[in-house]
Ligand binder design. Structure first.
Ligand SMILES: [Zn+2]
Length: 284
């Protein structure tokens, strides 16, 4: 992705350097409650993998030092976020006739608080509908590349775009409706709804990538393949297998590798929000 020297977003809340472990908004919430909330929100799959990996002792908990890699990552995220603002602003205007209100992206290192509970390296990136913010530990990109094997800057852009996709769902009222339905549902049905939420966010990230390619001209050869490869690496079946478990479809919350790749590609091919109706399709 062409990003160096490009415009950065004004909607980044940089909490790095506030000190590791200062959890500012989680007061009173126990770890179990936090975990439940993350689960209820369809917390991102990295958390699942990291749990799996840390059981094997392969993950060290994040330090608070801001490295040059973190600085690069922060700039990259900020440029990517600016691109999502431009693209979603255009799409909302053109396809929906309304104004897009951007999300704020909280960058942190180690741990911080959100209206949805504590955020840490272990939770992975997530979107909190309560405060309408995306939470991202810049150290996550190292995890993405080194532990998940998803290489290339566009793998990282896909992750940012996926979380922004949740904000788009929130703006459209889809997220609230789907989460309300999940609360009435059995665990298996709730997971199935979560899969549709997550695959839609993948599709929306594909829509964004297509518009970034066509309108901003910022994609480079191989970028989309990097995103599709990343999607394959964070499918529930692949993550469960990597953690040494037999994949259990009832427990999937984000979709299989095949589904995640397919919906990302669907969004990319169509370049329109209309291609992303994961809720009424028979072919999820
Ligand atoms: Zn997600």
């Amino acid at each position: 992705m062409k990003w160096e020297g490009r415009r950065e977003s004004d909607n980044v809340e940089d909490r790095r350097g506030m000190g590791v472990g200062r959890v500012a908004g989680g007061g009173g919430l126990g770890l179990v409650a936090v975990a439940l909330i993350v689960w209820a929100l369809g917390g991102d799959p990295l958390a699942v993998l990291q749990q799996g990996l840390s059981e094997g002792g392969q993950i060290s908990s994040g330090g608070g030092q801001i490295t040059p890699e973190d600085e690069q990552a922060a700039k990259f995220v900020s440029v990517t976020l600016a691109d999502t603002e431009q693209v979603w602003g255009d799409i909302f205007q053109r396809e929906l006739g309304r104004t897009y209100t951007p999300t704020t992206l909280v960058l942190f290192k180690g741990a911080t608080g959100s209206a949805c509970g504590g955020a840490s390296e272990a939770t992975g990136p997530f979107y909190c509908p309560e405060d309408k913010k995306v939470y991202l530990d810049t150290g996550f990109f190292v995890t993405l590349s080194q532990q998940l094997g998803a290489h290339g800057d566009f793998a990282a852009a896909y992750v940012v775009a996926h979380e922004v996709g949740h904000h788009v769902q929130d703006e459209l009222g889809i997220l609230a409706k789907a989460n309300a339905a999940r609360q009435q549902a059995s665990e298996a049905d709730s997971n199935a709804i979560s899969v549709r939420i997550e695959l839609q966010a993948d599709c929306l990230s594909g829509v964004w990538a297509r518009q970034a390619a066509d309108k901003l001209g910022t994609l480079e050869p191989g970028d989309i393949q990097e995103a599709v490869d990343a999607a394959a690496r964070i499918g529930d079946d692949t993550l469960q297998r990597s953690a040494g478990r037999v994949p259990m479809p009832d427990s999937f919350t984000h979709g299989t590798s095949e589904q995640r790749q397919r919906w990302l590609a669907t969004g990319y091919k169509a370049g329109s929000i209309r291609a992303c109706d994961t809720f009424s399709t028979d072919n999820i």
